[in-house]
Design a protein around this ligand. Structure first.
Ligand code: GLA
Length: 386
């Protein structure tokens, strides 16, 4: 599904033209995993793959929503926003609508159609793109005048409160604040942003899709969050004046390792080291030291696997195979974990060979075809016709 078709599909579905068309991109994250909900740093960027959402008013008090990629349609009374069990995509739309209503948006009927080309379950945040698209659409259509920062916070609340995912703010931030050719260092404590250009040409970023997304992802994600919070509570109990792992130095944590349950200690150690890695990575990016940057990626993966325990055999295989290939500077599993894509930094001239040998090895080991996506850093959410 591309931009041109969503307006047409909207017209076919609702017999009228949309009032507004919005494009919202998915995201990658160069480094800084599981640090957003620990008030740390992340380094994401918006990508070319996007969701297109068309919206318009209805004269009655109904909500009619159409998911073009699944050819699914729901219809409900706009007065009572109810959780949709069978069509989970609808909850992202309704969640955003509910957050706007809580801020005083009047109840009206709406037609909505959306579709896109962000692969689902690949760790590229198609859900954050959907909530971000809906937030910008409602903000524009009803002239709510909210800033992008307010919209990112609102979109996160929609996922937390209505959908029930306890995600951090990174994904919607990347979708809303992305810039072409750049990544953004987001400080998740004060939500300040610094942009960094990502060198192109001799080096390429590529996503290797493992094609697996384990069901565990949601429950384990929430468990990891709780373990980090437990770590903070243990450290506070020892007199540390902290409110998050952001404020903990690696040495201070290691000195107190015996005070924390072993698992909690390992989770905290990963987060504290990962927050340091993002800061170093930004410096390396500025200095153009990509070989060192690549090493950080692989170090991050090792931590995700052994300390945070969110990796799976498939992504471990892709990373270990990739880093043995000529021209590969580093690789790591990306996103919440338990599958999805591996992000790989590679010399452009060796990329075809890398893809060829990895897809052959991956297919013969796991029986799964390895799809890959070149990374193209793109603009954040755009209103296409106002
Ligand atoms: C998911 C969440 C993000 C972030 C990452 C892990 O993508 O939605 O908020 O926590 O996992 O870095």
């Amino acid at each position: 599904m591309q931009q041109a078709s969503i307006a047409t599909l909207y017209q076919q579905q609702f017999n009228t033209r949309p009032a507004l068309l919005v494009q919202a991109p998915g995201r990658i994250n160069l480094i800084g995993e599981h640090t957003d909900y620990n008030a740390g740093f992340v380094l994401p960027g918006a990508i070319q793959q996007s969701i297109w959402l068309a919206i318009g008013l209805r004269e009655d008090n109904q909500l009619h929503c159409y998911a073009a990629d699944w050819k699914e349609f729901i219809q409900l009374d706009a007065e009572a926003l109810s959780f949709q069990k069978e069509t989970s995509w609808a909850n992202y739309l309704l969640g955003v609508l509910q957050e706007f209503r809580l801020l005083g948006l009047p109840t009206t009927g709406l037609n909505i159609a959306f579709g896109g080309n962000i692969p689902t379950g690949a760790g590229l945040s198609s859900s954050a793109a959907l909530v971000s698209a809906m937030a910008v659409a409602l903000n524009t259509l009803f002239q709510q005048g909210k800033s992008r920062l307010e919209l990112a916070q609102l979109a996160q609340r929609a996922e937390n409160n209505f959908v029930g995912t306890q995600c951090g703010i990174m994904d919607m931030f990347a979708s809303l604040f992305g810039k072409a050719g750049q990544v953004l260092q987001l400080d998740c404590r004060d939500l300040s942003v610094r942009y960094f250009s990502v060198p192109q040409g001799p080096y390429s970023w590529v996503l290797l899709d493992s094609g697996v997304q384990h069901r565990l992802v949601e429950s384990e994600y929430n468990t990891r969050r709780a373990e980090c919070e437990a770590g903070v509570a243990y450290l506070q109990g020892d007199g540390l004046q902290i409110t998050s792992l952001r404020e903990v130095a690696r040495e201070a944590l290691i000195d107190r390792s015996s005070l924390l349950p072993e698992t909690v200690f390992r989770r905290c150690l990963f987060v504290v080291e990962e927050i340091e890695r993002v800061q170093l990575a930004c410096q390396l990016l500025e200095e153009g030291q990509l070989t060192e940057f690549g090493r950080l990626l692989t170090e991050c993966h090792r931590g995700l696997d052994s300390l945070y325990e969110v990796c799976v055999p498939e992504t471990n295989f892709l990373v270990e195979q990739a880093i043995c290939q000529a021209g590969v500077l580093g690789a790591r599993q990306m996103g919440g974990g338990f599958g999805g894509c591996v992000l790989c930094l590679v010399q452009t001239d060796t990329l075809p060979e890398l893809i060829h040998s990895l897809s052959t090895a991956y297919l013969s080991t796991f029986g799964i075809p390895m799809v890959h996506y070149p990374v193209q850093l793109s603009e954040g959410v755009r209103v296409l016709n106002d």
